[in-house]
Design a protein around this ligand. Structure first.
Ligand code: ARG
Length: 465
């Protein structure tokens, strides 16, 4: 039997392999709620415009509500022969309400339908991502406040550089997440226009009201060009870009957790809740969740790349290639959601080994810059010269296997006679972080202040008014 939705001019059924490559119901069934919402808005508009009768519209909307509960209740049998969600819904509507179902597709096409459905879907994805990232930020801020004064080594080149505070490190990710949320919000603004009513590609001869369907679906306005409306997927690309950048941020944090929990480093510990054991090595505590966050980033970036390649060079307007926009994107959005929630869990779970952090913070002459700064400030030495003198003092300490603050004053004075005992005040890791009071610096005082600013901002966002 030829397809009952479009088979008028077809005498034969499709080849099995044709059906298999063409079918999209496995993926686009996830758009059922959006598809039904858009169809309801369309039917109501058709009636309001006198294109179908009020009675037909009432039956259509009633039937669509029945289908919505059938699908969400798991009692709907999707048919592969009907290709996609649009035809599955319409066919079932026919079974439920008879020939009036056939009037629903007046003045629209699956091309504007799918573009509308997917915009609605991606808009929900963005709202979920925003909520998840906000929860991630709240977790980070809470822990930052708790650890505003916890000293840890700060790294450049993964070499111990200068002491920082653990709270400061956590707040760095709060800032990144804020920009990630900003990118999602920007994408949301641009995607929030309605393709519905663009029909196949050229618009329609029926007196439709695209503004009405747009506002019924929460879009700000209808898209202005019918060709553009059915043929662009930049809203998916943009959201995947935002997702990829957010995932890259998470992957950096995940990698740090992997490094920090290694017994070789031992700066933090994850509880049993966020580690797994080895089936052969009883001593192991593996940071699998962090490793998987790191890996999921690859898949998220991969789906962005894949869709960029699908879209590249496609002529206007709708091309079937675009059906391939959904599977990868949906998988990527799911992966991001999981990754954000896993990182939030780890942020709440993680326990720094404060003693070890403090020792490590002073390792490798991490307060050498503080000594150089002291020479500049107290002896008015040019920084370059202070850098050189400090280098010689570090070499002297290293010779004796001593940290800077254990080197005898006399040994320092042998290199620079004007150094006084007061220098010792700046050589501890606590003194070092406490002195970093410049705007955006790591001092516990700054961190406490910043964490409180964030706490307020995030609370206000949760309970506006
Ligand atoms: N399943 C299709 C997609 O996801 C829906 C649009 C199909 N349009 C068409 N003319 N075949 O892109």
């Amino acid at each position: 039997m030829s397809n009952k939705m479009w088979g008028g001019r077809f005498g034969e059924s499709p080849d099995a392999i044709m059906e298999e490559i063409n079918v999209s119901i496995d993926v686009d069934q996830h758009l059922y709620a959006q598809d039904i919402a858009a169809s309801k808005a369309h039917a109501a508009m058709l009636a309001a415009q006198g294109i179908i009768t009020a009675n037909d519209a009432k039956n259509i909307v009633g039937g669509l509500d029945t289908i919505l509960s059938e699908i969400s209740g798991g009692g709907f049998a999707f048919k592969r022969a009907l290709e996609d969600i649009h035809m599955n819904v319409e066919s079932r509507l026919g079974e439920l309400i008879g020939p009036a179902a056939g009037r629903l597709h007046t003045a629209r096409s699956r091309n504007d339908q799918v573009a509308t459905d997917f915009r609605l879907y991606v808009r929900d994805v963005i709202d979920d991502a925003d909520r998840a990232l906000a929860a991630f930020q709240r977790a980070l801020v809470d822990r930052a406040l708790e650890h505003a004064g916890t000293v840890m080594p700060g790294f450049t080149h993964l070499q111990t550089a200068q002491p920082v505070t653990f709270g400061h490190h956590l707040l760095a990710y709060v800032e990144m997440a804020a920009r990630d949320r900003g990118r999602f919000a920007d994408a949301r603004k641009r995607l929030n226009e309605s393709p519905l009513g663009a029909a196949a590609l050229a618009g329609t001869s029926f007196p439709i009201d695209r503004h009405a369907t747009a506002s019924a679906l929460g879009f700000v306005r209808p898209m202005a060009n019918s060709l553009d409306a059915v043929s662009d997927r930049d809203f998916v690309l943009e959201t995947l870009s935002a997702a990829s950048i957010a995932a890259v941020h998470l992957s950096r944090f995940a990698e740090e957790i992997v490094i920090w929990t290694s017994p070789l480093v031992g700066l933090v510990r994850l509880s049993d809740k966020f580690t797994t054991g080895s089936s052969i090595m009883p001593q192991k505590r593996n940071p699998d969740a962090a490793e998987l966050v790191r890996a999921k980033t690859g898949r998220i970036i991969g789906s962005l790349t894949a869709l960029l390649i699908v879209m590249k060079g496609l002529p206007l307007a709708y091309q079937k290639d675009m059906q391939e926009d959904k599977a990868g994107a949906m998988e990527a959005f799911g992966a991001l959601s999981l990754a954000v929630r896993a990182m939030t869990g780890m942020v709440l779970d993680i326990e720094p080994d404060e003693a070890r952090m403090k020792v490590a913070a002073g390792d490798g002459y991490a307060t050498a810059t503080d000594l150089a700064d002291w020479l500049v400030r107290t002896l008015k030495m040019p920084f370059r010269e202070a850098h050189h003198v400090t280098g010689r003092i570090v070499a002297k300490a290293a010779e004796g296997g001593l940290p800077l603050h254990k080197l005898a004053l006399g040994d320092m004075q042998a290199i620079e006679p004007r150094i006084t005992a007061e220098v010792m005040d700046v050589l501890s890791v606590e003194a070092s972080v406490a002195s970093r009071t410049s705007y955006g610096g790591t001092s516990p005082e700054n961190v406490r202040e910043q964490a409180k600013v964030w706490l307020k901002r995030l609370e206000k966002e949760q309970n506006p008014g």
